[in-house]
Design a protein around this ligand. Sequence first.
Ligand code: NAD
Length: 431
Amino acid sequence: MKLCIVGSGYVGLVAGICFANFGNNVICVDKDETKISSLKTGKLPIYEPGLDVLMEKNTREGRLTFTTDLPGAIKDSEVIFLAVGTPPGKNHEADLSAVRTVAEIIGKNANGYKVVVNKSTVPVGTAQEVSKIIAQHYTGDFDVVSNPEFLREGNAVRDFTSPDRVVVGVNSERAEKVMHNLYKGIERTGRPVYFCKVESAEIIKYASNSFLATKISFINEMSELCDKVGADVKEVSKGMGLDTRIGSRFLQAGIGYGGSCFPKDVQALMVTGKQYGVDFKIIKSAEEVNFDRKHLTAKMLNEKMDLKGKTIALWGLAFKPKTDDMREAPSIVIVDDLIEAGAQIKGFDPVSVEEAKKSIGEKITYSKNPYDAASEADAVVLITEWDEFRNLDWAKVVKSMKGKLMIDGRNIYDPAEMTKVGFDYVGLGRG
Ligand code: NAD
């Protein structure tokens, strides 16, 4: 099939490259000329394990091209995916300006039946709005489909090619046939491709992310009780998770969720709720708990020392491991809190330093490795649970530090082992 993917960011590139690898002819489009020039020379603008190899293979075999020429790509494609950003607007609503712009360009350039597939995360009702915009400029046949994306950065290729499910919202048989055809490779592997109403598909995406965010905030609240009564939240979440109705995933206490999806999607769903007179009390609380959680690190450090003039090492800056994405990363809030309290910060991240420089800037110094960051520090805080931080030379770290405090923001270490090597170890909800 001939496809074009509009928006060559995390989602668009993964979708485009994987669809090409399934044997389709794919044009990846972006308005950002620098991004497209770099993609044309074989350079990925994002860090995503395994994606570079697939990109090289599919470009070499002629199934994958990159362009800024959106009108041309629309004319050449039967299926047009929208994978543009939908960042938070002024009042936390999803900003649909990129979606609307692309819809108008599709309307002005469509030259035959097109299936327009919304992969961007958009509020319920957007497919209808996109249809209206296209119809203002184009009188031929077309359908708008909702096909939200559930991939996780860092695991995106596997998530896209072997997903728990693909959700496709369609309101026409003709479009359903096209979408079946597109996803038949995935259906054959036994993964469910779930067809439903367009409006249901649009809600499934927001409801799923908000549910997962709620699960995280739930266990984070439990960890506070664990700290007060000497329980270990890791044991609590393991014991809860063994119940298959609950499951252990997204049930790990930490310093709060971040990233380009959970914070914005939770807030955008609340805006939609308000619009339709639904007061989402649970989701609102999940969001409030997470807000406090991002400020917890500074609060914990403040209780241990006067931060004025102290040096704090931050291990990990990205919002989660295996990505360079810094959007809404807890590290950004932590840096601001610590600087306000008068501390100096040395940060290290295995891949996101360049991205971190864009959002955090020169407020902190960037270290070459975790040892450099910890050297002469009064405390070290584990922010992102990269594998690189799991097995360090602890004697070397402890010896090089000025103080001995370690805050394990993701509960990846064994408290007894860390205490034995000489840290004043503090986990979250570890009793
Ligand atoms: P991104 O910011 O990485 O990429 C968006 C791209 O769209 C950018 O390269 C931008 O230049 C391009 N763009 C914007 N307007 C354009 C236009 N008019 N024409 C052509 N290109 C244009 O965003 P992302 O993280 O890939 O997210 C895309 C959508 O997918 C969002 O709605 C997001 O919520 C959703 N989503 C993201 C993830 C994730 O993990 N990142 C997962 C699931 C869903």
